[in-house]
Design a protein around this ligand. Structure first.
Ligand SMILES: [Zn+2]
Length: 82
């Protein structure tokens, strides 16, 4: 019975991922962990980690930004030599 429950829970989780479910940490609101349901987090600059089970999710305002390089190299001896 427990095994069937675990399989149903796992297939439901995989179904959510296949449909594009992506949990995000939203600053200023109560965020429930998708792994355990707790609401305490260690918040970093890029992601938040559940204090109870360690599940890490990206911050919503970071995930909304397009990926960009941190700096641009405009002149490089290596690039000019190639
Ligand atoms: Zn958790």
């Amino acid at each position: 019975m427990q095994l069937q429950s675990d399989i149903q829970s796992q297939s439901r989780t995989m179904g959510l991922a296949a449909r594009g479910f992506r949990p995000l940490y939203r600053a200023g609101s109560v965020n429930h962990c998708p792994g355990c349901g707790q609401t305490q987090w260690h918040v970093g600059r890029m992601s938040a980690e559940c204090a109870h089970c360690g599940t890490a999710i990206p911050l919503a305002h970071v995930a909304a930004q397009p990926m960009q390089p941190l700096f641009h190299v405009t002149e490089s001896a290596t690039i000019l030599a190639a």
